[in-house]
Write a protein that binds this ligand. Structure first.
Ligand code: OOG
Ligand code: MG
Length: 252
């Protein structure tokens, strides 16, 4: 269907040129929205980027309420989106970036289909504090469920802190998001579906049903535990997660 490729190109170009695009004129079905996402990622892979995992979205009430969407979504992550812990991002490379506090998993074994939280945990090689920089390519950061799915679920960049042994109990860890040393969001890992492992369970199912089962080495971002915060040049952003430590970056 040529329209899928046209929309994929439009969204990919909007991301590359850091220029907002209007909301889609005609609503897509959810299946077509994921087809657009896959096609736009196909363009990135053709440019030499590699898939390194997936990100989950709308896994907390805070995120659902902020954006007015209450269905879980997912998107693909590439190596080019990964920002070094302690590194910096160039504000001009984004349309209107926001940051949100997350938890990341790295897998040491494949994880596909219907799995239990215990089964998911057995495949985890490490857990880390993480920051996601989301950047909707749509004007005014406004979208419908299918619009945002087509736009790779607003994936833009992500920063992962030090990996911790998965033996840590991560069911209810305090999370403090700081901008320039001031706490701007305070939450708990319990906000992520009651337990971040549930997000990994959902990721295993969703990626598998899309024909891209999670494999060893994949990173899974569990989703924002709080609402996202606007970014501006000159800021220093830091996330502190109880037991897991800190992760940070600055905005140039
Ligand atoms: C969509 C992406 C949601 C999360 O962690 O919930 C997301 C958006 O809010 O633009 O990444
Ligand atoms: Mg997120």
């Amino acid at each position: 269907m040529p329209e899928i490729m046209d929309i994929a190109t439009r969204l990919d170009d909007a991301a590359r040129n850091a220029t907002a695009t209007p909301q889609l004129e005609d609503p897509l079905t959810l299946d077509d929205a994921y087809r657009v996402q896959a096609a736009s990622l196909g363009r990135r892979y053709q440019r030499g980027e590699n898939r390194v995992g997936i990100k989950m979205g709308f896994t907390s009430r805070a995120k659902m309420a902020q954006m007015g969407i209450d269905e879980m979504i997912w998107g693909r992550l590439t190596d080019q989106m990964l920002v070094e812990d302690g590194g910096s991002i160039d504000f001009s490379a984004y349309v209107h970036p926001r940051v949100e506090p997350e938890i990341a998993f790295v897998l040491k074994a494949p994880l596909a289909g219907k799995v239990t939280p215990a089964g998911a945990l057995a495949a985890v090689g490490g857990i880390a504090p993480a920051l996601e920089i989301i950047d909707s390519r749509y004007k005014d950061f406004k979208f419908s469920l299918t619009d945002v799915v087509a736009d790779n679920s607003s994936s833009s960049s992500f920063v992962v802190g030090p990996w911790t042994d998965p033996a840590a109990d991560i069911s209810n860890l305090g999370m403090i998001l700081e901008i320039d040393g001031q706490p701007v969001q305070i939450g708990s890992s319990a906000a992520i579906l009651g337990h971040p492992l549930r997000s990994l369970v959902a990721a295993a199912r969703l990626a598998d049903s899309a024909g891209e089962p999670l494999k060893a080495g994949d990173i899974v971002m569990a989703g924002g535990a709080t609402a996202a915060e606007h970014l501006a040049p000159g800021q220093h952003v830091r996330l502190l997660v109880q037991k897991l430590g800190r992760v940070e970056f600055s905005v140039r």
